[in-house]
Each structure stands twice: as structure tokens, then as C-alpha cells.
Design a protein around this ligand. Sequence first.
Ligand code: CP
Ligand code: NVA
Length: 311
Amino acid sequence: MVATQLLSPIGAAGLTSDLDLSTSELRALLNLAAEVKRAPRDFRRDLESKSAALLFEKPSLRTRLTFELAVQQLGGSVVTVEGPIGQREPLQDVARNLGRWVDIIVARTFAQSTVDGLAHWSRIPVVNALSDRYHPCQALADMQTLAEHFGSFENRTLAFVGDGNNVAHSLMLCAARLGLNFRIATPQGYEPDAEIVAQARQFASASGSGIFLSHDPAEAVTGANAIYTDVWASMGQESEAAQRRRIFRPYQVNDELFSLAPDALFMHCLPAKRGEEVTDEVMESPRSIAFDQAENRLHAQKALLLMLLAA
Ligand code: CP
Ligand code: NVA
């Protein structure tokens, strides 16, 4: 099947952040992701003759494997490079070399400015595979997962407990666009970025949903339909890990907190640090959909690649 029969390609040059997708593009992408998941073989030749370069400055299991498999299963070819970007040679030269060989760049970087710099110098689409500020590919899979479980986002609430980090930022922006209420409880000083919150509030007022910030995990999760957490120290913050363990202790998603939302699903982008941000019991609970999220990374990223590349 040719993906463009289902939708038009993204106009912007890639996905450096969640802001690169309009609300209608996001909805179209989620519809395509559902279609790709239902009938993967229908799309097995859509990226024939296309190739992708994956660049990783930080470790990855899910993102790397699901992008590699996504490109291969759509008929394309993929190469992966691990290591710092823009150190051996300037970023602008990296971007322009890659543009002569491949059709798309997928980059996991420490700084958002590295993804933005690649996009600035690139004549091919650049996709953010996680930076210090956003994790848009994760949010796509998470929205697909919630759509499967909820059917509709109307009057549903997603509560995030922990660090106001890259994963929280992307979730908040996508939830607000799609009309899903978003609550977040963080320790003082670990709130999400104020500019991103302001942007999300604009999206939420257009979609009729709400954004609610708190420092009290019980307040955030009570009555929520899904509870999401992530590691307390992200990649690159290892030196702060001990201090963060002390500060974030009251934000652990454990049976006590989970029981405040008895019907809520549990979500985690993974990798999880069991015994820190989440207990074994909650991770292994029948209400945990963390592995559905991981599976949907494959389908959502296929949809993204099709939107960016299928002619
Ligand atoms: N969730 C996620 O991005 O996992 P990886 O770090 O393993 O890619
Ligand atoms: N916030 C985490 C997400 C890992 C997928 C990190 O950046 O390390």
C-alpha cells in the first residue's frame, strides 16, 4: 500500500520536536500507525530504495531496534553509528555528508541544539530520537497505546509522576493536542519547562483539555485513567543520581499510590529502575501497559517514516 493514499506527507523537515507535527498530522499519523500495525505486510515495499542513518550519542534498546526494524520491514536499508555528533567534524559537515547518501537522519543526542543543528544544515528530514528536551517518538507510541486502550481521549486523564523531563514534555504536548487531560507531579525545582507548559496550555485550550501541575503525587493521580513515570536521573544526569534518589523518593509509583486510581493503567517509557521510580509489583501488575508502549514504538515509527519518506 502507498501511504500517501491514506494521508499527505508532513510538510515540515522532519520531527525535531513534537511541535513539528500539527494536530491534524498527529491524528493522521496515529491512524496510519494503527493501519500499519493491523496489516504490516501491506507496507513492506513502501520504502524500497530509501535509506536511513541512525546516529546515537547515548545508549538505546527500544529506539535503535525499532527504527532499524521499521526501516527494514518497510523495504528500506539502514545504517547506525554510535558516538558523539559534531566532535570529529562540524555538525554542518555531518549533516551535509549524510544528505548525499541517505534519505533521512534519526538522531539521539545529549543537547536539543544538536538535533536542531542537524536539521538546520540538512536537506533531508531529521527525526529526534530523544534529546535532553523532547522524546517525540516515544510520545507517538504512547498516544497510540492510549488510543487503543481508551478508544477516545475525551474526559480521560493521564498523570505523570516524577521528573519534568524530555518524556514528560513530549507527552504533555501530544496529550494537549489530542484533548487528553494531563496532570504532572514533580518535586520543587524539577517542574517541566515553563515555555513548554505555556505551549501545551495553548494546545489544551484549543482541544478542550487541561494541564495541571502539582508537587503532590496523590493529588495528580487520584481519579486518573493512566499513571506514567520515568527514571529519576536521565541519561547524562548520572552524577546527580544519588541526590535525585533522595529528592524523588516520595514520587515512587508503588501499590499505595497506584491504589488511589484503582482503574488506572500504568505506563513507563522504559528502561525502568525497579525499586526507584516504580516497584516490581506495579511494573508486573495486569494494569501495566509498558510493553504495549514498547511494541508500538515499531508501528508508530513506521507511520512516521512513511509520512516523511513515502512518495
Ligand atoms: N524508551 C526508549 O527510548 O528506550 P531506549 O532508551 O532503549 O531507546
Ligand atoms: N528520560 C529518560 C528517557 C529514556 C528513554 C532519559 O532521557 O534517559
